[in-house]
Unconditional design. Structure first.
Length: 319
């Protein structure tokens, strides 16, 4: 399989190195508008460097698109039109309309369009999605220190979207109500946000994301009748507490189960799954439609935050 990486920044470099290490994959191109950066990563990955992504057309069968979010749509569209399978980093586009067009384009050409919601390959999340059957309340915290490289989007599209994708995967119900708030603290974009999403089936999800925290935390907890499932995405472990509601003494009915997973390279798993999906024509764990649904909810959350901020009269802060 001949593969290219479009975008040789922080994450794109890792994509290139993972592909280069796969026995059944040939990394034929590393592309970046910064020629020095493209050359540096291509040399490290024993590949060829280019500054224009159109140069990979006719050369690559598949490509990871790891450029800034505002460029996702145009780059992915051109490569899909050329018959190239796409691994598209999250958030997949800037608008739902763009995402829908990419999904339809991939379908019309029988191409794989996979979206980089990396957390779905985390063994703690894999365990959680298997054990959750009737979620009623979900609480998620995704907190990290400030990183200047991630400020092209707000914290909802940067961090919270991971938990949005996970929640949508386990709830599977239309949304009834969204209540959100957020604040731009270190950048002109929202840096900390909280949302309460109420679903038609009665499930409620409370999500908090921050990129200005002094400590890192990536944890999601799901409560359902007779069971509580927690996933720590950083430590890669689960706490699962089940209860026998028919037990005569409630104190004796609780059965905790702690699962510690081995160290796992989840980016490697994701990219190998992408190659497998192309070869076997199987549906990705996070396909274009799942990526589009996560984007849609993220944008609706941002709209609710914008409405709340407009009432706070903060227009003069970032002038």
């Amino acid at each position: 399989m001949k593969v290219a990486v479009i975008g040789a920044g922080y994450l794109g470099r890792f994509h290139a190195l993972k592909y280069a290490a796969m026995e059944d994959v040939e990394l034929v191109a590393v592309v970046d508008v910064d020629e020095d950066r493209a050359v540096q990563v291509a040399k490290e990955a024993d590949s060829a460097a280019f500054t224009n992504y159109n140069d990979v057309i006719g050369m690559a069968e598949a490509a990871s698109v790891v450029v800034p979010t505002t460029q996702h749509y145009e780059v992915a569209r051109q490569l899909l039109k050329a018959g190239i399978h796409i691994m598209l980093e999250k958030p997949m586009t800037t608008t739902v309309e763009e995402a829908k067009e990419l999904v339809e384009l991939a379908d019309s050409r029988d191409l794989i369009l996979q979206v980089g919601h990396l957390e779905r390959y985390n063994p703690a999340i894999v365990t959680l999605t298997k054990r959750v059957t009737r979620p009623v309340f979900i609480e998620a915290h995704r907190l990290s220190g400030f990183k200047a490289r991630a400020t092209d989007v707000d914290v909802v599209l940067d961090l919270m979207i991971h938990d949005i994708d996970i929640v949508l995967a386990v709830v599977k119900s239309p949304i009834k109500e969204i209540r959100a708030s957020g604040v731009p603290v270190l950048t002109p974009r929202v840096d900390i946000a909280n949302v309460r999403v109420i679903f038609e089936n009665g499930c409620t999800a409370n999500l908090t994301a921050s990129r200005i925290s002094l400590t890192d935390l990536r944890r999601i907890r799901v409560f359902q009748p007779g069971c509580y499932v927690s996933a720590d995405c950083t430590e890669k472990n689960n706490l699962i507490v089940t209860a026998d509601r028919n037990a005569p003494d409630p104190r004796l009915s609780i059965r905790p189960e702690f699962i510690r997973h081995e160290a796992t390279d989840i980016l490697d798993l994701e990219l190998k799954d992408f190659i497998k999906n192309i070869r076997q024509k199987t549906r990705p764990l996070v396909d274009g439609r799942a990526g589009m649904e996560a984007l849609d909810l993220a944008l609706r959350i941002n709209q609710a935050i914008d409405e709340a901020l407009s009432r706070a009269d903060l227009d003069d802060v970032w002038q």
